[in-house]
Ligand binder design. Sequence first.
Ligand SMILES: Nc1nc2c(ncn2[C@@H]2O[C@H](COP(=O)(O)O)[C@@H](O)[C@H]2O)c(=O)[nH]1
Ligand SMILES: [Mn+2]
Length: 381
Amino acid sequence: MTTIPIHRFFSESAWIEGSALAQLEHLTRTIPDIAALAAMPDLHPGKYGPVGIGMLAPDLHPPLVGSDIGCGMGLFRTDLKLKKLRVDKAAERLKVLDAPWDGDLRGMTEAAGLAPTPYDVGLGSIGSGNHFCEVQAVHEVRDEAACREAGIDPDRVHVLVHSGSRALGASSLEALVRTEAGPLACASEEGRRYLAAHDHAVAWARINRAIIAERAGEALRGAVEPVADLAHNFLEPTERGILHRKGVAPADRGLVPIPGSRETLSYLVRPSPGASPDALACLAHGAGRKHDRGSMHGRIERVRSVREGLKRNPFGGLVVCEDRNLLIEEAGDAYKAIDQVIDDLVRFGLAEVVATFRPLVTFKTGLSTIGRREGGQGRGR
Ligand SMILES: Nc1nc2c(ncn2[C@@H]2O[C@H](COP(=O)(O)O)[C@@H](O)[C@H]2O)c(=O)[nH]1
Ligand SMILES: [Mn+2]
């Protein structure tokens, strides 16, 4: 029996849950034809398998990619002057993101060559859970040339959007889970159908992030331009097989935004050209969850003063989140230390830091009206 190598890109001191490591080992037992596995420092347990991995295998494994196909991070620059931004006013104005987008749904999907779906009413909506739209300021420039090239001006406001394919991606996975489909051969009819639905969801999610950023720009009275937009849940056919990325950013298409939490810095990194091929062109996609949602309720006192404190970050910024549970479940303590995750990426020669960003306003979806327009699916991830 051949053993499948697991390439771990985290140091001994990294916070990695035993159950995430167990899920990693489990993959190697249940998918014996895996060609390679890479695990990033934000590794944590997920519903169908570990989050924070790249996996090369001959067939398609849809549950591994999960329901939020195409979920990703989009970093946008704006023409808004940082010194003119009033944080409280911006927080108030961003609340418009809770209403359904009233733009040209059909025009948007048509322009991207996407067929219409019943889920398109969710376009322009953030979704629940840890999805967010965050107004940020450049905290520190570490690589001036790279910032200049990317159009990053420390005097301007930036926007980071984390969202995915909403109910659209979930519908593709649900159909397969219902039929208890196992791995799919790419050339099979089911495989081809999944790949088409997958590609649609990835493109849809990208448009979704662009619309959210546009909406945020409009709310703040500014124009937005993309700096980097990368999915972290998707698969890609390669010469060596199907590269499944679950909670990992691709390291082969430019700068990568890596968020920390609503209470910490977020990073923009440049993938290192000399990175080990064992990393499968993957990078951490965030800090990674440290404590599950349920346990966060026991960690944070449910008293008003504490809850109100959760609406402020250590940089003087604000959190907009009307959902009391979400406010607790997504507190900064729910996540690992982003600085350590980034240190590991640098230590293992996978990336270099270009700039750091601090949160000014984090908008999480509130008691959404979008669910009504989506037939009750507004809180799905
Ligand atoms: N800057 C912010 N980062 C955040 C926030 N909430 C979560 N996060 C980070 O995003 C990733 C997303 O992980 P995913 O597996 O759900 O795609 C997570 O690991 C955190 O590091 C926030 O409000 N602001
Ligand atoms: Mn995500």
